[in-house]
Ligand binder design. Structure first.
Ligand code: 13P
Ligand code: ZN
Ligand code: NA
Length: 283
């Protein structure tokens, strides 16, 4: 029942909205974003980093996502987020994952191309689609921390060459967003995004959307981003909801009670983000 990202992102590209990619970590967070998407009739991408796979187990995440897709009549994609190795991706492809990201953006251009190309060849044999990244995002994803001076924006001409030589299905661009929240309001390079969009035809992906003002995210969507990645802004309400509930109910020891509250708080934000992406009613 899980699908790859191709049709989903192509439709979004044609109709000028973005599919939200929400980072999930376990049963509860998967249920939460799926419930929000079902309520709003939105397609949804469940994004799992290597850290999440270590925490929850690849097979568990795969099975839970598969079940979510089976039980609900909206398009649901399980997507590997920021995977750095060929081996980890192949492991998930064998389990039935249909959408993957190979992030070799830390490597030099030629190495990025060669590993991405290898992943594309294998993934396509499994009917899976591949996202890759060119340029570097600041901030933290799992345990990898990139600081400002190491960041590099995506070069539009190199993006053309990268897409042509790798055969990648979608491209994550670095235009000034960062993983996590921002110390001050981020300045996005819309001109660069426009140039990339003019030159490259595959769907473009905006990472690091947490903390970016809604109007800026929507401008990126207008300018051609068709997948918007959101992690931190969903972690916050889940954690604060849980913390608040346990503080107010110090005797509570039933996970079904406190998890329910955490899920509700997270769901409210997921709904907001779906509305921001313009994907409501597109399922
Ligand atoms: P944020 O945590 O800033 O939302 O970034 C999410 C992301 O890019 C996941 O790949
Ligand atoms: Zn990211
Ligand atoms: Na961010």
């Amino acid at each position: 029942y899980l699908m790859n990202s191709k049709d989903l992102l192509r439709k979004a590209q044609q109709e000028r909205y973005a599919v939200p990619a929400f980072n999930i970590h376990n049963l509860e967070t998967i249920q939460t974003v799926v419930e929000a998407a079902v309520e709003l009739r939105s397609p949804v991408i469940l994004a799992a980093t290597p850290g999440t796979m270590d925490f929850a187990g690849r097979a568990y995440i795969q099975a839970i996502a598969e079940t979510a897709a089976k039980l609900n009549d909206i398009p649901i994609v399980l997507h590997l987020d920021h995977h750095h190795t060929y081996e980890s991706i192949e492991e998930s492809l064998k389990l039935g994952t249909k959408s993957v990201m190979i992030d070799a953006s830390q490597k030099n251009f030629e190495e990025n191309i060669s590993i991405t190309k290898m992943v594309v060849e294998t993934a396509h044999k499994y009917g899976a689609t591949v996202e890759a990244e060119l340029g570097k995002l600041v901030g933290q994803e799992d345990d990898l921390i990139i600081d400002d001076c190491d960041s590099a924006y995506t070069d539009p001409d190199l993006a053309v060459e990268f897409v042509e030589r790798t055969g990648v299905d979608s491209l994550a661009v670095a235009i000034g967003t960062a993983h996590g929240l921002y110390k001050s309001e981020p300045k996005l390079d819309f001109e660069r995004l426009t140039k990339i969009r003019e030159k490259v035809s595959v769907p473009l992906v905006l990472h690091g959307a947490s903390g970016v003002p809604k109007k800026d995210v929507q401008k990126c969507i207008e300018l051609g981003c068709t997948k918007v990645n959101i992690s931190t802004e969903l972690k916050i309400p889940f954690s604060s909801g849980l913390r608040e509930y346990l503080i107010n109910h110090p005797e509570e020891m039933d996970p079904r009670k406190y998890m329910k509250h955490a899920k509700q708080e997270m769901k409210n934000v997921a709904i907001e983000k779906i509305l921001m992406c313009g994907s409501a009613g597109k399922a």
